[in-house]
Design a protein around this ligand. Structure first.
Ligand code: ARG
Length: 457
């Protein structure tokens, strides 16, 4: 542990060493750490803080270290504490004295802030790619089932007919907002903290703008104390991920429901379901269930870091080392969920007989019947009441609305005429020809618009 250097005369307790070490999980930041160090060294040489030769030696050494890690040849030793120390120690071992200059004008506090920002920037790009993949799969499924009708639900009770495509496009919209939220989050992540030192800035003539450019950042941080103690960018990523995962969990719930025998709207591909070890008839939607289940850890990671941060005085505190595992877990979980969902959605088979059957069993055209009476001159509230009574009557007789004869209709209102028979699921859909509605003409437009969003044309 690094406490044996300089000020310390006694080495750390073994357990304390293990307790404080982060190397087991922050080794994942090796690429970001080395990229940050290379940019830093270039800047130090440019500013004549170290010589060009020293810079060359350090950069070559760092590249060797990277190769060692990538080939699995790097020996991570427990007493190295974290990835920053591990890389620096190995560099010094390899290149000697020049390596001891790497940490000039830098602290691990601004170094780790940089690494985490570089990681989060990549994580945003990866998630956005994943979102696009799932949006694409939803659009393809919608397109392939353009004319499939199903009941729309409120309170999970059959409400009004909708196109399946309309229902799927609702998820496209949610994912689009998630995509945009990540773009927005990126603005706050894309800030370069190096040069903040431990907390107060550094006493060397460094070039922070050069560092930002070298590392692909849009801005440099404005306050060194904030820069080393800010973890909002991780919180924002995790919050955005939590919202996205909530959307996926809702989708998961519908997939679970729809693939049940009771609904029978869809069949999942064998590749995305599993059997039961005891009940041979079963095909379980485990992928969807696990996505719903994993939503818990994504929320948990957000709440954990919010709680870690809430009582911390400025500036850096070691508590903040706890930001890592949660961020990595959230990024991995969301990424794999998006990917596996894209595959699952792509291979869904829709059972049109069952989606239509569910419509015919419910009194799904009741609203249209009320709208019919309104067109014949009734006030909407009156029409609503008349149709309510009519439905109640039909339920009592065990009949659907289509089973009733004209005499029965007329008993409830003289406004009912023979043309009431022309109200069908198709006329119901077509009537909702309002922007954003489920009329086929509207859904076609929305689908085309959605395609344009994801192709950027
Ligand atoms: N492993 C530490 C972390 O992740 C790196 C920064 C250490 N800074 C310090 N002053 N001990 O937060």
């Amino acid at each position: 542990m690094s406490n044996t250097r300089g000020r310390f005369s006694k080495s750390a307790d073994k357990l304390a060493e293990q307790y404080t070490a982060s190397l087991a999980f922050d080794q994942r930041l090796y690429k970001q750490d080395i990229a940050g160090s290379i940019a830093h060294v270039k800047m130090l040489a440019k500013q004549s803080i170290i010589s060009d030769d020293e810079a060359k030696t350090i950069i070559a050494g760092l590249e060797d270290v990277r190769k060692e890690i990538e080939k699995g040849k790097f020996k991570f030793a427990a007493e190295q504490e974290d990835i920053h120390m591990a890389i620096e120690d190995r560099l010094i071992e390899k290149v000697g004295e020049a390596g001891r200059k790497l940490h000039t004008a830098r602290s691990r506090n601004d170094q780790v802030a940089l690494d985490m920002r570089l990681f989060t920037k990549e994580a945003i790009a990866d998630i956005q790619k994943g979102i696009r993949g799932l949006q694409q799969a939803l659009l393809d499924l919608a397109e392939d089932n353009k004319s499939v009708v199903m009941p729309g639900y409120t309170h999970l009770q059959v409400a009004q007919p909708v196109l399946l495509a309309h229902h799927l496009l609702a998820y496209f919209e949610m994912l689009q907002r998630d995509y945009e939220r990540f773009t927005d989050c990126l603005k706050r992540v894309d800030v370069m903290p190096l040069g903040s030192g431990a907390l107060a800035g550094v006493a060397y003539k460094i070039d922070r703008e050069f560092l930002a450019k070298e590392l692909g950042f849009g801005k440099i941080s404005r306050n060194s104390m904030d820069a080393v103690s800010d973890r909002d960018f991780i919180l924002e990523y995790e919050a955005t991920a939590a919202i996205c995962m909530m959307h996926l969990s809702r989708m998961a719930e519908e997939i679970v429901l729809w693939s049940s025998a009771e609904f029978g709207f869809i069949e999942l591909d064998d590749a995305y379901s599993t059997g039961s070890s005891i009940m041979p008839q079963k095909k379980n939607p485990d992928v969807a269930e696990l996505a719903r289940g994993k939503t818990g850890r994504i929320y948990g990671n957000l709440v954990a870091l919010l709680t870690t941060m809430k009582g911390l005085p400025l500036a850096y505190n070691r508590d903040m080392q706890e930001d890592k595992e949660g961020l990595f877990d959230t990024a991995d979980t969301l990424q794999s969920t998006l990917e596996v969902f894209a595959g699952m959605v792509k291979t869904i088979k829709v059972d049109e007989g069952n989606t239509r059957g569910a419509l015919e069993r419910g009194y799904v055209l009741a609203t249209d019947l009320a709208d019919y009476l309104v067109k014949k001159g009734a006030a909407f509230r009156t029409a609503h009441e008349i149709v309510g009574k009519l439905v109640n009557y039909a339920v009592g007789k065990g009949k659907t609305l289509a089973d009733l004869d004209m005499k029965e209709y007329k008993k409830f209102s003289p406004l009912f005429g023979g043309d009431v028979r022309s109200i069908t699921i198709e006329t119901s859909l077509a009537a909702r020809n309002v922007a954003g509605g489920t009329a086929p003409a509207q859904v076609k437009k929305t689908l085309a618009g959605a395609r344009r969003i994801i192709t950027g044309k």
